[in-house]
Write a protein that binds this ligand. Structure first.
Ligand code: ATR
Length: 479
């Protein structure tokens, strides 16, 4: 069975629910949230053509059922009697209530569920909850927790693998933004289904993805052999990389998926990453490009010289780091201009500047680095043997190519240098999130003045193409 998608439907009236059900053509299963409906009419609702999970959540489990516990359970019983495909009852409903449903369940499959909206318990507690549910003999176990940390997901993956070994059907994932990876990956480990909403506004639980979002990860095509990649950073929410990579994987029919890894603790993430065989590689962005190096087994010589890693891959259990930023930057620049013997000014002296400076020197450019904190520019200049100075010096320098490697411009409309100083070729390592070509204000101003503009988005795409070669053995065209 291909990966199942369950669309959760909740609306105030029976009519609205029925019309929502009609929109669920992409669902394999539909969860009907009775707790959203005023006076649910089970008989008519159960006529739906798709398999249904009947759920009636109480408030303490994230639901809205307004009546008494007795009334809540009565509705579940009625659903069983009417032959619903699946009925979900919470572990907290108690042994007696669950036992009563099991006695009469007939062909209905019973899901016994446990939710935690605050956290993901430690592995021992998760395992105890799982055993407690299993002892009740349901058809499916459902354990859903909340991820406060990206590494919480790995505990849930382990639980799913255990259930699979024991041939127990399980629905399990983490809620919340940091739990997104588990919603996408649960079925590759053996999870019975994942939930989705018809649209983001209609989500019935924190972090629930819309069906389109799930589709953008090629969810239906993922399996136990899928190699998992992603972007490690903080924040990574608005990155364009998942969309770019996943659409390329779809076009090229490659069994990879690219997710977001929003991690604060890099060491903890890498430890978990190593232990999971499906996790294969990751890109690294702000602020982890330097820190990540100490957790890798081997760092390629160029990345070492640059002092930053933006790509990691696990080969035969060994974690190797590379830097593709400079390759991307040089390719984007070389499309528009020669570099050899040209006078190049880089402003900024952080991770991006180091990679671009390395590239310029390796291509024989005549380099000057200017930075707000002059000592940082001096440090790079020493190792690359080039000139350095403060930002003010730009007005006294005659240059052919100017490259912005400061973070100024990340906020729309910011300008890192005085417009009057722009000339010849201007490149920005930063790209605009709103402009289709990624052009920042700096680049737009440069173009107005007749300069050649090189966009940070091009740089990003070319460095990603180099990453694709490292991860898949084949350079995929992403631009
Ligand atoms: P990245 O990895 O993207 O290079 P970074 O290492 O944090 O990010 O570096 C940010 C760069 O932008 C630094 O050169 C920083 O200057 P300082 O070294 O003086 O901090 C520069 N930068 C950030 N905000 C700036 C501002 N408002 N004006 C000028 N430079 C700025």
């Amino acid at each position: 069975m291909a990966n199942r998608i369950c669309i959760s439907v909740g609306a105030e009236t029976n009519e609205k629910v029925i019309s929502e059900i009609k929109k669920c053509s992409n669902a394999d299963i539909i969860e009907l949230r009775l707790d959203y409906i005023k006076n649910p009419n089970l008989k008519s609702l159960l006529k739906a053509k798709k398999p249904l999970i009947i759920t009636n959540r109480k408030k303490s489990e994230g639901g809205f059922f307004p009546g008494s516990e007795k009334e809540r359970l009565k509705l579940l019983k009625e659903a069983v009697k009417l032959g619903a495909d699946y009925v979900d009852i919470e572990l907290s409903s108690g042994k007696k209530a669950i036992g009563d449903l099991i006695k009469i369940k007939g062909k209905t499959k019973l899901i016994v569920s446990w939710h935690n909206f605050k956290e993901t318990p430690d592995a021992g507690k998760l395992s105890r909850i799982y055993s407690d549910i299993k002892k009740l003999n349901p058809d499916l176990v459902k354990i859903v927790t909340y991820a406060n940390n990206i590494t919480d997901n790995f505990r849930v993956f382990k639980l799913i693998k255990k259930a699979k070994r024991e041939r127990t059907e399980i629905i399990s994932f983490c809620m919340g933004e940091k739990g997104e990876i588990s919603r996408v990956l649960t079925t590759i480990y053996g999870g019975f289904l994942t939930f989705a909403a018809l649209s983001k506004e209609k989500a019935t639980a924190p972090g629930q993805l819309s069906i389109d979002e799930l589709d953008s990860y090629n969810f239906k095509h993922l399996d136990s052999k899928t190699k998992v990649l992603g972007l490690l950073g903080n924040p990574v929410k608005h990155s364009r990389m998942p969309a770019i990579f996943n659409s390329a994987f779809r076009k090229n029919r490659m069994n990879y998926v690219y997710l977001r890894f929003p991690a604060e603790d890099v060491g903890q993430f890498v430890r978990n990453f190593r232990k999971d065989d499906n996790f294969y590689g990751f890109g690294i962005t702000i602020p982890h490009k330097e820190e990540v190096m100490k957790y890798l087994d081997y760092v390629d010589l160029t990345a070492k010289k640059i002092g930053a890693v933006n790509t990691a891959v696990k080969r035969k259990g060994i974690l190797i780091g590379y830097n593709t930023d400079y390759v991307g930057a040089m390719k984007a620049l070389e499309e528009k201009t020669e570099i050899k013997n040209r006078k190049v000014v880089i402003i900024g002296a952080g991770g991006a500047a180091k990679a671009v400076a390395y590239g310029i020197k390796s291509r024989g450019g005549n380099l000057t680095i200017l930075n707000r904190t002059v000592s940082k520019a001096e440090e790079i200049a020493k190792s690359l043997k080039c000139r350095f100075g403060g930002l003010d010096e730009l007005r006294n320098i005659d240059y052919d190519i100017l490259i912005n490697c400061t973070s100024v411009g990340l906020k729309e409309g910011e300008m890192p240098v005085d417009t009057a100083l722009l000339k010849n070729v201007v490149m920005d390592a930063v790209y605009s999130k709103t402009d289709k070509d990624g052009k920042t204000k700096l680049l737009k101003e440069a173009e107005k003045r007749g300069c050649v503009a090189v966009s940070g988005l091009k740089m990003l795409i070319y460095q990603a193409e180099e990453q694709s070669r490292i991860w898949t053995g084949k350079r995929i065209l992403l631009g």
